[in-house]
Design a binder for this molecule. Sequence first.
Ligand SMILES: Nc1nc2c(ncn2[C@@H]2O[C@H](COP(=O)(O)OP(=O)(O)OP(=O)(O)O)[C@@H](O)[C@H]2O)c(=O)[nH]1
Length: 515
Amino acid sequence: MFNRNTSAILNNICYYSTRSITEGFPTIYALSTPPGQRSAIAIIRISGQQSLHVYQSITGNLSIPKPRTAILKNIYEPSSLLANSKKKKNLIDSSLFLYFQSPNSFTGENLLEIHCHGGKAVTSAILKSIQSLNDPQRGVEIRYAGPGEFSRRAFQNNKFDLTELESINQLIEAETEIQRKCIISSFTGENNLKFEIWRQDLIKCVANLTAIIDFGEDIEMSDVDSLVNKVKAEITQIKVQIESFLNRLKKSRILKDGIKISLIGKPNAGKSSLVNCLTSNETSIVSDIPGTTRDVVDSYLDIDGYKVILTDTAGIRQNSTDIIEKMGIAKALKSIKSSDVSLLIIDISEEKEEEEEEITNAINNLIELSEAEDKRSMIILNKKDLVNDEDKMENITERLTKSFGTKYPIVPVSCITGDGIKDLTDMLTKEFKTLSEDLDESSPILMSQRVTDILQNDVLFGIESFINSVANEKDIVMATEDLNVAIDGIGKITGQAVGVDEILDFVFSKFCVGK
Ligand SMILES: Nc1nc2c(ncn2[C@@H]2O[C@H](COP(=O)(O)OP(=O)(O)OP(=O)(O)O)[C@@H](O)[C@H]2O)c(=O)[nH]1
């Protein structure tokens, strides 16, 4: 399989490689652009000791490519380039190569990118050629990468910490402008610095307590008490900071998961029309997906950069006269419970004297249910185009705004003419801002659920256990152990204390192949 220059190639590789922690690991390769799709170009990445061997074997070019400089080369089926090959050189494609030399690459290893023509046949021929170079008996181990394996190597070679790699992965998954901005600002050094400061402060506290444990007998009791109290005060301060960070994280989560809006209203009020209006005006993230029940349809929208999940609950016909009664109190409550914002759609063209009371009751009901659930609501007066009398329209809006509008926005719209829809999306955007930002208006932060879970279940748990132990005058050695749980927790977040492969498996399994 090897051509006559194999040893020269291997020598070159050894000479040009700088040692990385993952040296000796099999070389990995993968298609980094979406598989199975036709595209102008596709990118194949190869990382590891054999990257140069791959380059030389598929181009027949024995020189070392200049790092970080694009170079155009023909790619051939490697066996057709062997000195003893009776085959004609089998050209696969003409591609751009980019070579990053260890340690100055994403993975920290020698890394080669092939920018070839997109499409199934070209990419699969190149991938097959790379795989054909695997020859473990000769010490050449090359295999297809697993999910997130390039990032895992980057972590192992200290190129990035876990939160940085998770953020890059989230950036790839970002669907809206707000998500993108939020992820970019979340993985600035500021947040990582916070983790490091907390960790260092906790370590200092443990060191002080260890001094008591080691030299307790030589220290005055009053000094011991004052030292413990000093540590407790410091820990309480760290706890406040972590709780506030956690609150911001939890509040911001809605930006990633999407803000859930449910539409409530009498049959024919115009719920489906409003969904259509919003889906055609705003960017649809994915097409309509049927919900869990037959009468619920979810639409995924991008409204002013916010990811929104709009749930259209089909009206339920019952004999009651009240809008919410007609829909079914239980159903309305379920909608309100499962959403962040509820929109009550009222067909304003029906507003006659006798219906005034019905509308007021419906709004009162919605408000009562929303307040009980601590949820936000808005009232949409639909079909304003059917109210010919402008004074009448104004009167209705004024009357309702007077009664409810200070807390619950009232927006007149027409789903047919589109009038008022811009006002509605502006109002919604204001609500989204309130929902995703803290009262102090500190910017939202998007990090993985893993970070939130560890902060809650390890870091805060350890700190609270410590404070309880001290309050109950428990053994200082045990209390110190609680702090160690918190310190290890922060280490798990950034990857500093990751000794277990399971955590790495968990983190990187969420990445795509080729990342
Ligand atoms: N003139 C006018 N007609 C509207 C407007 N919005 C909806 N309609 C009409 O009202 C009727 C009912 O609208 P839908 O959107 O199906 O109402 P819905 O609330 O989804 O009805 P259900 O599915 O039965 O609950 C349709 O004929 C719509 O074209 C509007 O703003 N102006």
